[in-house]
Design a protein around this ligand. Sequence first.
Ligand code: FAE
Length: 528
Amino acid sequence: MAALQSAAALGLTRVSLQSAHAVEPEAVDNAPAVVIGSGYGAAVAALRLGQAGIRTLVIEMGRLWDTAGPDGKVFCATNAPDQRSMWFRTRTEAPLATFLWLDVVNRDITAYPGVLDRVRFANMSVYVGRGVGGGSLVNGSMAVTPLQSYFAEQFPTVNSTEMYGTYFPRARSMLGVNTVDPAWFESTEWYRFTRISRKHAENAGLKTTFVPSVYDFAYMQREAAGTATKSALGAEVIYGNNHGKRSLDKTYLASALGTGNVTIHTMERARGIRRAGDGTYVVTVDRIDDTGRVVETKEYGCTYLFLGAGSVGTTELLVRAREKGTLPALNASVGGGWGPNGNVMLGRANHLWDTVGANQSTMPVMGIDDWSNTDNPVFAEIAPLPTGLEHWVSLYLAITKNPQRASFTYDSATDSAKLGWSAAQSAVSVSMAKKLFDRINSANSTIYRYDLFGSSSKIFADDFTYHPLGGCVLGKATDDYGRVKGYSKLYVTDGSLVPGSIGVNPFVTITALAERTMARVLAEDTAP
Ligand code: FAE
């Protein structure tokens, strides 16, 4: 936030905060380029357009998170959620529903445009961030580059040598990726939970690997030393971090605003896209207030339209436009190729002597890497469970190589997209996660936790994902650079390009692909 505020103070920005107030409707606004959303793909597009001197309007349905509440903090902690936590809910919907089967995790809250949303489909919920910065505001900061061989398998038409030589390094550098100091990691109480999980994986003959992060580890060490305000060490993560995290508002978006060519409008939800007679695009937008009420509907015209509303947001906009006939030339691949990156969450119960520690950092730094096991490829993040009490639970988010894919279709009754993912498709991920963790349990004589995901003794949480991927897959719904087939000057830059699975946490891949798209588009499509 500091970067955004200081850029604003320098007169470099025109972040629109008008959405907080009821104002008279604006006339139709035109900008050469419009970007929908402000997550990873959108932020890359905004920066590179701004640097190219192209006036760009970014439309974000969530808030700009820069104002402290009565407690002096912008975001609330995971263990004390209030209205800032979730997007228009009256009760929080945290991934871990219960503890010892008790309903002690979730709280009643006032409906408000909070920072985390859980978009519910029939058999799958998708967690997404809402606000300037999208998922970067709520995620675990794990900045992982996929194995080159798996990237090449998923994107056979993309030059992976160029990706790994140019665009992945560019993305990591812009995102501010850093790694935990191994000596500090080995000695700090805050990562005892990770060391215990590592020991149990090694007992089963499994490999672990450190994973980089966009959380500033120098800041975290100061938190541990008591010289900086606690954020990762203060149970802050899925409802936002007040310090330490290099979220997009501090990196790409701050730089984008610094170009002087980029404006961000908040609390504006894009609803419709159509093409005008002259080939330009018209985006219909609902401006909402803090109660969720639509206070104004307006239209923006643009020559270049970039879709960065995330896998669910972008795909919904496109399937709606195709089925309502406003972009009728969109092909049949739009809506398809969706997957949850094989996500499954689970907990194991440790022996009494294997304490995980009352103090846990919310930022994961290690994964169990069994991706090269061709019989059962799994990469499992060792996840924190920071309750402030010793609980002997080892928690994981497994990323399995589930080949199942689903499609979004347009439901005219609700004017929204429906996801055709089935429970049987989740069962494929569960059986892969189970094989890996049965092995770990058997090597350590431990068992699963049955009390974490609701009252039904559910062991594997297979009904939600943090990693929605696909819906407008690269090379199918778009060309090899995210240009939407059937239309010129219409682009997809976000996670909807990734075909359902990338084998690791996805934001570095999304960012690097967007860098590649923008380099090509600015070189070829925007020349006068
Ligand atoms: P995303 O970041 O979702 O941004 C889309 C933006 O568009 C959002 O700000 C929306 O509010 C906005 N939007 C949507 N629809 C509209 C509309 N109609 N009009 C206007 N605005 C709209 O898209 N990934 C990692 O790599 N490492 C992690 O450690 C990690 N942890 C995660 C933890 C959690 C709790 C969650 C939810 C996700 C996590 N992820 C992680 C996933 C990562 O955040 C996600 O892949 C990216 O944020 C997706 O980037 P996109 O650019 O696709």
